[in-house]
Write a protein that binds this ligand. Structure first.
Ligand SMILES: [Fe+2]
Length: 353
């Protein structure tokens, strides 16, 4: 059985009685309107994310303009050259190249940050995880997923030696704008998400950079910056509700003020999701889809930057543990990096007269 940390953090949660903030965008409703991204506050006024042709951006431009500045972007056509781009839409091909091991399948989306929920809520949430996940042979799942139906997801299956998807790694071709990524600290380099009608609730990655790569199918992503406004609006909801859809904006007025950024990630594109940025994801269309989450190491000056609320929380959690020396070194490095950058920018700016 393949089970990941992400799977343990997914669960079913009963609907609240709170008012759904539709912003008028999802008035048609439907069985899954409660978690549809169009119900998020200010959806109609969502800001665009940078879109760049993957064939035109250099590695230096990608690193300088996005990774080292902790800014998201969509890289159009990033993986159209991958053999996976044509092969993986055929179920017969997938079953012929995978081992029929048991995997854990989710039948309902849910909160991602159970650890931060109030103690009395945690047990309910964990019970719901157990109730909405089940084991099944991978090939049974692959034969079922193309059929029409509700939420049905195989989340985060590593593509690496020893996993049922090990052979599929041969179909992955890398990224021209990032030819030699540094290996991520926490995640394996490639994880596959195979799904229909999927939704992933709001969360962020506390370490490692992600290229959310659409091999089959399109996805929509809402994004929030890793600033104090996002933190102060989302944390109370996580503590009291455990999930971040169908939120009562009268009870949580700061949540209603959030201003999302919106990205459409089409087949062949990759969305660069920097560490600490909040995001919620849903599939588009009724067909099944496959996402590959590719990860690489976060620059140290980003991971050690205490201006990020998430980093401050991590710092507070681990500073009294054996990880304290590493934390302090990261923070000192980040501070030094920013001082040097500021000094260089002063040197390069035109002299005042
Ligand atoms: Fe994510």
């Amino acid at each position: 059985m393949v089970r990941t940390m992400e799977q343990t953090l997914t669960l079913e949660q009963p609907l609240t009685s709170g008012a759904l903030e539709t912003d008028g965008a999802d008035e048609a409703g439907g069985p899954h309107a409660r978690w549809h991204l169009s119900g998020f506050p200010n959806y109609r006024h969502a800001l665009p994310v940078d879109e760049i042709s993957a064939s035109k951006i250099t590695e230096k431009e990608f690193l300088d303009n996005y990774v080292n500045r902790n800014r998201p972007c969509v890289l159009k056509g990033a993986v159209r050259h991958w053999p996976a781009f044509t092969r993986w839409r055929q179920i017969d091909y997938l079953t012929s190249r995978t081992a029929n091991q048991k995997v854990e399948i989710a039948s309902y989306p849910g909160p991602e940050l159970i650890a931060w929920a109030e103690p009395k809520l945690k047990k309910t949430l964990l019970d719901d995880v157990a109730a909405t996940h089940r084991e099944m042979p991978l090939h049974d799942f692959l034969n079922e997923v193309p059929r029409q139906g509700d939420y049905f997801v195989l989340p985060a299956c590593p593509i690496e030696p020893g996993s049922p998807m090990a052979q599929l790694e041969a179909d992955i071709g890398g990224y021209r704008f990032l030819p030699s990524p540094k290996r991520a600290l926490l995640y394996t380099p490639y994880r596959a998400f195979i799904y229909r009608d999927s939704y992933t609730d709001w969360h962020f990655h506390s370490t490692d950079e992600t290229l959310m790569t659409q091999v089959v199918g399109d996805k929509e992503v809402l994004i929030l910056p890793p600033d104090n406004a996002s933190w102060q609006a989302l944390l109370p909801v996580i503590r009291e509700n455990g999930y971040l859809f169908d939120v009562d904006t009268h009870k949580f007025p700061q949540f209603g003020q959030l201003q999302p950024i919106r990205a459409i990630v089409e087949e062949g594109d990759a969305l660069y999701i920097p560490v600490f940025w909040w995001h919620a994801v849903q599939s588009l269309g009724a067909e099944f889809g496959i996402t590959v989450a590719s990860t690489f190491m976060t620059p140290l000056h980003i991971n050690g930057d205490l201006r990020f609320p998430a980093m401050r929380k991590l710092f507070g959690t681990y500073i009294r543990t054996r990880h304290a020396p590493l934390l302090l070194a990261m923070v000192a490095y980040s501070l030094g990096y920013r001082m040097v950058q500021r000094f260089l920018s002063v040197l390069e700016s035109p002299r005042r007269v």
